[in-house]
Design a protein around this ligand. Sequence first.
Ligand SMILES: O=P(O)(O)O[C@@H]1[C@@H](OP(=O)(O)O)[C@H](OP(=O)(O)O)[C@H](O)[C@H](OP(=O)(O)O)[C@H]1OP(=O)(O)O
Ligand SMILES: Nc1ncnc2c1ncn2[C@@H]1O[C@H](COP(=O)(O)OP(=O)(O)OP(=O)(O)O)[C@@H](O)[C@H]1O
Ligand SMILES: [Zn+2]
Length: 456
Amino acid sequence: MSHHRQEEHAILRESDAKDWFYKGEGAANLVLGYSGSSPSLVGKVLRIQKSAKQINLSENGCLVLSDEERLIWRGVGELVKSTSKEAAARAFVQCVMTNYLDSKHIDPGIPIPVFKEFLEAVEMNINSQRPTWRVAASNIDNLCGSALLISDHSIISGAPKSDFCFAVEIKPKCGFLPSSEYIAEANSIKKHVTRFKMHQFLKLHQGEVSQVSGYDPLDLFSGSRDRMLLAITALFTSPQNNFRIFMNGALIYGGLGGGADNNSVLSPKTENAIADLIAASGLQLVSLLELTAEILLRSEILHRLLATQKMDILDIEGAIHLYYNIISQPCSVCKNLSKAEVLHKYSSLHSLPWEESLKIVGDYLIAATAKDCSLMISFRPSEDGHSASNHDTVFSKSSNQSYDYKAYYIDLDLKPLKKMIHYYQLDQKIVNFYKMNQEIQGNVCCSGNGAPTAKH
Ligand SMILES: O=P(O)(O)O[C@@H]1[C@@H](OP(=O)(O)O)[C@H](OP(=O)(O)O)[C@H](O)[C@H](OP(=O)(O)O)[C@H]1OP(=O)(O)O
Ligand SMILES: Nc1ncnc2c1ncn2[C@@H]1O[C@H](COP(=O)(O)OP(=O)(O)OP(=O)(O)O)[C@@H](O)[C@H]1O
Ligand SMILES: [Zn+2]
């Protein structure tokens, strides 16, 4: 079978559970760090899918993609043939995402078999550390049978014990403003205000965040050192689920478990405590943020990520029509349109060749993955005089020290096709809420700074 077979790993059993500790989780996966001594597992994390949504079991109950998804990804044999979610996740990263993002910065992981008893024991050990709202939302899928073994990107392996290693995790979200002609006139604000900013106001209204983040993705993706530093500083100020700092592999700043920030509201005192903790290792907080910007600037990982995000060319307001072409159902968006002119605009999308609909929606899903993935940037002081040959090096003027670094993409999961309807609905909800607040604000005062007042 595939070449990763040569790196066959032992199956994980109940007795192995004690060696794995809780590292973090997102909406779809739970990640464990390894504290045991097996050489093939040291420096690795185990990424386990939770029992929620993600990719569907198709009618035949064996393949992981739906019929339409198999058509979209028909050129990617390994993905279409996958019989487990882990194999599909790996195949998507390995065969699709590496065409757009440099594989130097990607570890697709290796699926390894896990016993149900291992997962049950792990779950017992870690549940008390998980955010309660994540526990309520989902659990480990005990019957999944396999999990992905991936390098732990929060550490630089081989670091001498006395040294420290930092890692910064950033979930940058969408870094461009859409310009699609299919965006309705009434929604043209989308061409001027980032989706991240508009979404913040909806999240505030829904109690998912306690304050609006000052982070502007356009700054992070700008390619300008100063604007990137501005963005990273704003992320530090409002980490939400977009920013974390790890020290020697342990989370020291930012929310555990992703999602809303109600478990990670940090008082200024905590920020100072973190600055002190970092400074104790000889690095000033500001230098850490500067180094992060510098590494992002050099590694070009943001550049490639942005280009991949831009594979969403029609915006969801265009792509949704092609989704209905693919599933061969009447378009529920056009159904609600009246103006002949508008109908005409979208009917051209409905008369596109089938192949083209598949291609555009496939590209949309690839872009969706690129808009939701995270980056892990880790660094440690270089050995005196020479740097490790397998790492790149950056010099920090402010701390007068050079650092070995690495930068990785994490969470490059395939988004399910059936999410297209959700994407459309959420998009409309975000923009409508933003517009509504703008109108309210416009009626109350005319300062017109573009920021809506969120109501509670
Ligand atoms: O739609 P978005 O932009 O809110 O993104 C979702 C994320 O929300 P957030 O980054 O907090 O805004 C969301 O993150 P949280 O659960 O909020 O931490 C997930 O990453 C979700 O992806 P999936 O369901 O795990 O495949 C993400 O869904 P996708 O849109 O990437 O499918
Ligand atoms: N290879 C890795 N090395 C170190 N830490 C990792 C690695 N992969 C994931 N993590 C940690 O685990 C957390 C959850 O992982 P991940 O983002 O893959 O989950 P997810 O459920 O797919 O997220 P999302 O909610 O975005 O869908 C990350 O935010 C990160 O802190
Ligand atoms: Zn339509």
